[in-house]
Design a protein around this ligand. Sequence first.
Ligand code: FPP
Length: 226
Amino acid sequence: MDGNGRWAKAHHRPRAFGHKSGMDNVKTITKVASRLGVKVLTLYAFSTENWRRPTEEVNYLMQLPIDFFNTFLPELMAENVQVKVMGFLDQLPEKTRQVTYDAMAQTANNTGMILNFALNYGSRAEITSAVQQLGQAVAAGQIQPEEINEQMIGQQLMTASLGQFADPDLLIRTSGELRLSNFLLWQLAYSELYFADVHWPDFSQQDLEQAFAAYQKRQRRYGGLA
Ligand code: FPP
């Protein structure tokens, strides 16, 4: 969800206003995606590198999940959306962590779209942690190094609970930047990539439908032949 800052600048407003508008658009796009039949919508809300931003901005971003769930939980329930959060949650401020855990608990029995927030998430740190887990299992004699396979690595990643949807079909990045920025590096191996030229606060239902239409024209070969 890139481009909140540039969107704010274009509107001669502070960066926080861009993030607030970005949060409002999370509400819009969540409902749109759910109604279009998306199974899992993963949103990159805060990266392990975003702590490098000024404290004031970090504090504001940490408040956003609190505002989001406090105002939007009834609609998430009405939409039958299940909330999940992946990331290094133990490093989040207590209140932010608590509100996300509460949202997960309250929506745990919902059976519709999974709304999966990546919060304090970084793919390299995720893979490092997975390697450490497997290394410990080897050291404890539970597995042999040569037994380690792709499934076992996938089981140690933060997307493991998404099961068959752990690897995204489609990645959308807004605001014209052509980078992955440490997002789901393992899981995106065969995902289709789509880059939208609008900043996140302006990313609309029409933009999402355009991305889906582009996806539908792609031919996914997974290294094989058509
Ligand atoms: C990147 O844009 C955006 C972020 C670092 C924050 C994204 C967060 C939201 C959209 C709100 C999240 C909402 C919830 C409910 C957690 P940027 O600030 O890097 O924009 P710029 O590149 O234009 O400066």
